[in-house]
Write a protein that binds this ligand. Structure first.
Ligand code: PMP
Length: 351
């Protein structure tokens, strides 16, 4: 704290990202990265971009990327916004679409960046409790609000809300923007993008960090009515004109052009997820059904913090949140076959 800090900065409670360890050879199952490297076509496209053109700024509008995303999701480029990771896209959404003097609604157990953005942009956030099984009840969102946001599948639970429930929520919420954060949708869910033509207040965000294995490239996007996208462009062009750099642009375009890699990489994670869930259950864990690239699990006889510490001693890092309702759980990213086997081999000794 310093007297030079602004009043808002004094009150901020920043997001704490999962550890990116400096020690090599740790089995890293803590930040939901993909276990396989990205498509070789992405690497090729980035290498091809490594030339003198780097002296030039990138396209401020990322038109080539918007166009491949639009084709992929059968929308128009005017319905697509791109940014430096979906976190940046979310930040612009909070600033541009949620500042309406009414509370923003989100689940009590959810992505912990939402309350952080509320703090940054001075938005009142209201946590709406999930039910005892961590299921989102859409009827609980029938109350005055300045916006609604939730991930689908939810994080860190992995639970998927059916599209029919999302539609019910939208039908009861026509006066504020509803954001479905689909960071993990490709691991078993159905995207809500197909609803955007019927609901002008629906915005869907996705990222290349998870299912396309490009967390290091920082590319995310939003799809929704052109008027909502316009608001985000206004915020972006008042903040940073070039959020997606030349290498990211080239890599991201190539990522959407390699559907074969994408499909098989998703299938790999889904198959491994089922193996990990079954393995954990056979060791006595309760595992929340997951449609994501992680599982949330607890053991009835052990504290979450103790399990995380014991795994760490065995060079395996998972995520433990010291938070209400999920303090006894571990969020375990689905790793490679070998990493998952190491996890399942280490656990019997611990539990
Ligand atoms: N939404 C959710 C629910 C997430 O878990 C994450 C990853 N931390 C993000 C958004 C942001 O991902 P990125 O900025 O890498 O696109």
């Amino acid at each position: 704290m310093s007297r030079y800090w602004s009043p808002i900065v004094r009150e901020l409670v920043p997001y704490v990202p999962g550890e990116q360890p400096k020690i090599k050879d740790l089995i890293k199952l803590n930040t939901n990265e993909h276990p396989l490297g990205p498509s070789p076509k992405v690497i090729g496209a980035i290498k091809a971009e490594l030339n003198d053109s780097l002296r030039l700024y990138p396209d401020p509008n990322s038109d080539a990327l918007k166009s491949v995303i639009a084709d992929y999701h059968k929308v128009t480029p005017s319905q697509v916004f791109v940014g430096n990771g979906s976190d940046e896209v979310l930040a612009h959404i909070f600033f541009g679409l949620f500042q309406h003097g009414q509370p923003l609604l989100y689940p009590d157990v959810t992505y912990s960046f939402y309350p952080v953005y509320c703090g940054l942009y001075q938005i009142e956030g209201q946590a709406v409790p999930l039910d005892d099984d961590f299921v989102l009840r859409v009827e609980d969102y029938r109350q005055p609000n300045g916006g609604v946001i939730f991930p689908n599948p939810n994080a860190p639970t992995g639970r998927l809300l059916p599209l029919s429930d999302i539609e019910t929520l939208l039908q009861h919420n026509t006066d504020s923007v509803v954001v479905v954060d689909e960071a993990y949708i490709d691991f078993g869910g159905e995207t809500a993008i197909k609803l955007i033509d019927r609901y002008p207040n629906l915005l869907v965000t996705q990222t290349l960090s998870k299912s396309r294995s490009l967390a290091g490239l920082r590319v995310g996007f939003a799809v929704g009515h052109a008027d909502l996208i316009d608001a985000l462009e206004r915020v972006k062009n008042s903040f940073n004109s070039y959020p997606v750099d030349r290498l990211a642009l080239a890599g991201a375009v190539a990522a959407f052009e390699d559907e074969a890699w994408f499909k098989s990489a998703c299938d790999y994670v889904i198959a491994e997820r089922e193996r990990v869930a079954t393995g954990l259950e056979s060791l006595g864990f309760d595992v929340i059904p997951s449609a994501a690239n992680f599982v949330l699990a607890r053991h009835p006889d052990h504290k979450g913090a103790d399990l995380a510490a014991a795994l760490r001693q065995r060079s395996i890092i998972v995520r433990h949140f010291q938070k209400p309702r999920i303090g006894d759980f571990l969020r375990i990213t689905i790793g490679s076959e070998a990493q998952n086997a190491a996890l399942l081999d280490a656990l019997p000794d611990i539990v």
